[in-house]
Design a protein around this ligand. Sequence first.
Ligand code: KG4
Length: 339
Amino acid sequence: MAYGLGIESSCDETSLAIVEDGEKLISLKIHSQIENHAPYRGVVPELASRAHLEKINPLLEMALVEANLDFKDLSYVSVTSHPGLMGSLLIGASLARCIALVHRLPIIPVNHLEAHLSVLALEGNLPTFPSLGVLLSGGNSSIYIYHGFGKLELIGDTMDDALGEAFDKVSSLLNLPYPGGPFIEKEANGYVAKTPHQSLFPKLLKEAGPDQIGFSFSGLKTAVMYHIKGNQEALNVSQICYDFQNSAFELVLRNVNKAILKTGIRNVIFAGGVLANETLRQRIEEKAKKEKWSSFFPRKKIYCTDNGAMVACLGYYLWKAGETAPIDFLVSPKRKLTK
Ligand code: KG4
């Protein structure tokens, strides 16, 4: 039996978790910094690193107490090494280095994006490799072939905004709170569409060919802005949110379809904060059923957002494969680790 510690501090959540054998959650502590960043409607890197510094040690203590374990019971310490905000990543990396040095534990640096996909192992729901991985968060909209632990191949990316970022910006245009996702979803749920329904916004990237797997949400954001400017007198916020979601989700599913056709892989993992959206979850399930592919996403919504459990989970499989790192392991804001 192996217990592993996972440390996540790449963006605006400080989180520590202990996982057993990469498949069972023993303890999980998360501190969200939403309150720190809400006045600015986006993550302020300097505030993020300060908040991580303040919270990380108490959370470590709490995670160990909840698990009823001591450092001597741990087999490895895993930590998000990339991508993310540099100052924030360094807080987690420093803690991992201290623990590893003092308690003589192997360090397993993990890719944050892969951790989002691999967390399904904690729900016994990780499909066999290779699978497709679709990451939709505040900082990423991308599609990968997930060949195996530690092996991600990017096959589709965003040209501008990430999907979560588009939710946050549209929410700001509509004077809804930050982060925008849950508020846009709530407004959209309140809209009853007439059939046939004429959308306020155009189909996204409609010229993209079958080989072009990619996202672009900035045009949609601009369309929302012009619609608001031109319709101040009779603004239907619920319909704007409904049509915004429809346009964005249609592009996500169109890209998934292209990725399946291109690779022949029919197991698709969806992950990231936007997967908290019930409408998106339903659309994915309906589409998968209709087109006979299999969809996988975290059942627990806590696993959609940034968390230490996914880090400890991926850390286990990399540790088993001998993927330990030196104490001066690389930390990087980029998606690929290079000096
Ligand atoms: O993965 P995540 O927790 O962290 C970052 O990437 O920072 O994703 C956060 C993003 C935010 O942009 C937020 O608006 C979005 O996920 N989000 C949602 C929902 N809940 C959170 N987007 C759509 N619908 C939701 N219910």
